[in-house]
Design a protein around this ligand. Structure first.
Ligand code: GLN
Length: 554
């Protein structure tokens, strides 16, 4: 007799979503807010993922000038994204994928593709609802992929702009469909004009009203300000923005962004979120995070690091956003070693004009030359690499910083005066850094976007090297973003002259790490990849740890 089929009971997870939107102005820390909310919800035993939506047309962040847009953050799968993604990964201690990032351009591209494939079944494809529907399907897909209890979606820009309207519409549509599953957090700015002498809540009231005109009501307001919000201001915001006082979260400026999660908890933010979303708490455990922030508080002894780059200046202002992951990676390692990192930004082109200034580098415990592109400032960087090599100043070159170290070695040790990278306008006789074969055609076709060697690639680390000692592993996986490489034709000569390629691609063709032996230099290391992208506060990168150790010794 046939047995009745056993039916397997599967419970469908109730996925919840938090939209984080900005009011008043940009740059007040929506990314850190999103990341910190993620962290405190993780501490309540929930699985969290985060998505960034950027309202611009670019398909990714890879083609934008870092001086204007900040760092381009590369994910493991090679997608070039916004720097906020770095904060998510660092705070959540996780690796995200291209599903966790979208731009207006990417959404439209997919909708048009689907239309061409007849996937809309003969319908007229319209901005509304088809664009928001595509956005929603992407959000839900990312949530499923991460099997997240809570998916936090940060909407770029501020409310009231044209650009992000369709993303807010997607949030509104999701809220309509399942009101209990969606929460809106408004990150607003509460200024304290020095002449007025008190905090002003009016801009926040306006922002909340503007948000209302998109059909969304703020459930929680994170009020960014110089100093903590007092009870009067909280009441006022609550009353005029129609939220309860408990839902107004004071978010004053802090010494370190890593203190933000604990600050939020002072106002009971995770409790408020769980209550509003109807989720039962699964405990509370911030131990590891707190032990890290205690390290920050205890770090006293300074370690002075110079970051030599070129993407600092915008008008009269100096911003370090272009190197944010490098800076964070230095901090993680310094704190773990009990030191307070003191970072100085140095524009490399100054050394081209005034080489005498190089001797100032002696004031630092270590020098980092991060990634970069193009001609400007490169000769200055080469001079810096030369100075650090000769004067035994710990040197860490990342990507371009590694390539220029090879050029410097070829010029000054091999005596190939004309050695250079072919990335320069004038083609050098000695193409020490050459274009990768598969890249040549792409450049000829002006195929620039998303076409570099991107994302995770394996490398093999040689025995008895600084790198091996740091990684304690033979096989490593690191994230890349480059078009050029050390020219294989010069490897033998360079190695014979004492340069050690301690990391290579598995087929031995691509040089991934260079170093000088410890006997010759306290720390002279370069990586073709970007180790800074996988350094985490609770898990600093081994090479940064080794670099900081060498700096401390100096
Ligand atoms: N410009 C170099 C290249 O394309 C280095 C890139 C980088 O530093 N990210 O290979």
């Amino acid at each position: 007799m046939a047995m009745p089929k056993k039916t397997k009971r599967t419970t469908v997870k109730k996925r919840k979503y938090i939209f984080v939107v900005g009011g008043v102005m940009s740059g007040v820390g929506k990314g850190v807010t999103t990341s910190s909310i993620g962290r405190i919800l993780q501490s309540r035993g929930l699985t969290v993922t985060a998505i960034k939506v950027d309202p611009y047309i670019n398909l990714d962040a890879g083609t934008m000038n870092p001086t204007e847009h900040g760092e381009c953050y590369v994910l493991g799968d090679g997608y070039e994204t916004d720097q906020d993604m770095g904060n998510y990964e660092r705070f959540l201690g996780t690796n995200l994928t291209s599903l966790n990032y979208m731009t207006t351009g990417r959404v439209y591209q997919r909708v048009i593709e689907k239309e061409r494939n007849l996937e809309y079944g003969g319908k007229c494809v319209q901005v509304v609802p088809h664009i928001p529907l595509e956005i929603i399907s992407r959000i839900e897909k990312a949530s499923r992929k991460a099997d997240a209890d809570i998916t936090i979606v940060e909407v770029g820009g501020t409310v009231g702009e044209y650009e992000n309207i369709l993303f807010l519409e997607a949030a509104r549509m999701m809220k309509m469909k399942a009101p209990d599953n969606i929460l809106t957090v408004l990150v607003s700015y509460v200024p304290m004009p020095s002449k007025v002498g008190e905090m002003k809540t009016k801009p926040t009231q306006h922002a909340s009203r503007t948000l209302g005109s998109s059909g969304l009501q703020a459930d929680i307001i994170v009020a960014r300000s110089e100093v903590p919000l007092d009870a009067v201001r909280k009441e006022k915001i609550a009353q005029f923005c129609s939220v309860d006082t408990k839902s107004v979260i004071s978010a004053p400026d802090v010494e370190s962004i890593y203190h933000v999660p604990q600050n939020f908890e002072k106002d009971g933010l995770s409790d408020t979120i769980l209550k509003k979303l109807g989720i039962r708490s699964r405990g509370r455990d911030m131990k590891a995070w707190e032990s890290f922030t205690r390290k920050i508080e205890r770090a006293k002894k300074p370690v002075k690091i110079a970051v030599v780059g070129k993407y600092f200046a915008t008008g009269d202002f100096v911003l370090s956003d272009a190197y944010i992951s490098v800076i964070e990676a230095i901090k993680h390692s310094a704190y773990h070693k009990g030191c307070m990192p003191e970072l100085t930004w140095l524009d490399s082109s100054q050394y081209e004009k005034e080489p005498k200034k190089l001797s100032d580098l002696k004031d630092y415990d270590g020098v980092v030359v991060p990634g970069g592109f193009g001609t400007r400032g490169i000769e200055g960087k080469i001079l810096v690499a030369n100075y650090c090599r000769k004067n035994k100043i710990p040197y860490f070159g990342l990507c371009y910083g590694m390539q220029i170290a090879v050029v410097e070695y070829a010029r000054n040790v091999l005596g190939l005066a004309d050695a250079h990278t072919v990335e320069m306008k004038e083609r050098p006789k000695h193409r020490i850094i050459d274009i990768m074969p598969e890249q040549k055609k792409r450049l000829q076709d002006s195929d620039y976007g998303g076409s570099m060697r991107l994302g995770n690639y394996e490398a093999i680390v040689g025995p008895g090297t600084i790198a091996r000692k740091a990684y304690k592993a033979e096989k490593i996986i690191e994230r890349h973003r480059h078009r050029y490489e050390v020219n294989p034709e010069y490897i033998e000569q360079l190695e014979a002259a004492g340069l050690v390629f301690s990391g290579k691609s598995p087929n031995g063709q691509l040089m991934e790490i260079l170093e000088l032996p410890e006997k010759k230099h306290p720390f002279y290391v370069g990586t073709q990849y970007h180790p800074e992208l996988i350094s985490r506060p609770l898990d600093p990168h081994p090479l940064f740890l080794a670099f900081i150790s060498a700096c401390i010794k100096k």
